[in-house]
Design a protein around this ligand. Sequence first.
Ligand SMILES: *Cc1c(COP(=O)(O)O)cnc(C)c1O
Length: 354
Amino acid sequence: MTETQTIAIQKVSKSRLPDVDFDHIPFGRIFTDHMFVADYADGQWKNLRIQPYGPLALTPSISALHYGQSIFEGMKAYRMEDGSINLFRPFDNLKRIQTSAERMCMPFLPEEVFMEGLKALLHIDQAWVPEKETDSLYIRPFMFATDDYVGIRPSDTYSFVIFCCPVGAYYSEPVKVKVETYYSRSMEGGTGFAKAAGNYAAALYPAKQAQAKGYHQLVWTDSKTHQFIEESGTMNVMFVVGDTLITAPADEKILKGVTRDSVLTLARDWGLNVEERPVRVSEIAEAQKKGTLKEAFGTGTAATIAHIVLMNIEGEDYHLPSVEGRVWSNRFLKTLDDIKRGKMIDKFAWNFIL
Ligand SMILES: *Cc1c(COP(=O)(O)O)cnc(C)c1O
């Protein structure tokens, strides 16, 4: 984007907002009126525009569809107590999409394109940011390859798009998970740290099998030994054992969650023991048997904190301590919510208020 580049704006003639029932919002099915689009060609991002949300014209040969040269982000805007709109740590999502792009041989996405696009879109669709405290506006930035060419090589052209969905509380109930010890989502040298489309397609089949047995999600283990816990579908996973918060290290095999980092930052600030280290499946099972496992939860933008109430380990169901007694994860959830809504001091400068 050159400095003189402006964003062309084409507005809808009639907003769909009056048709939305904000008391019953299904996750990810209602889209705001507009989307932001930018195209990459000849080594440059150009044609920045806001247009009505709707179908894109694509040729059938684009490599995003065939070989998965496609990456995405997930973030949220919140309505603050004073009515203003807050983006939570958007620069961390920007950094991560840049990291994902590099791994997938996609072009660098400059801060101006990402942030200006985001701001322009939120400005035009600001009335869509829900008022209710449990609700928010989910934002999906993504980039994909668009060359009209069927060969396998990095594309020369790309599109970057941002669209938004108003959403309610993500998990209405605490989750039951199965610890997966056969299939893998990532490996050393792989793409686990990138929010790359194919990672999620590959996870569908094993997840579907666990769902058929009544579990909501999988907890992945390392691909070499399947003895160490990595993360869940779109959440990092943490445990409180005794008075220590334990989570897998953010190496190349796991996605470095913004929520994960926020929780660890709060935990350290509160003086809780924090260990980022390989977590053995067996030590979690042992801790549960001994009664030292206090809490287990997932962290991610969609739910912030998702309590894990049941873990299936090697065919055995472990019923974990009740959600009400979970001091730390409930405190993380409340504190993060309060910061995002402007009810608590934003000590770590996480908020980006529009
Ligand atoms: C997006 C994602 C997370 C959570 O990241 P947040 O930035 O906290 O939303 C965790 N694991 C995977 C695999 C993800 O795709």
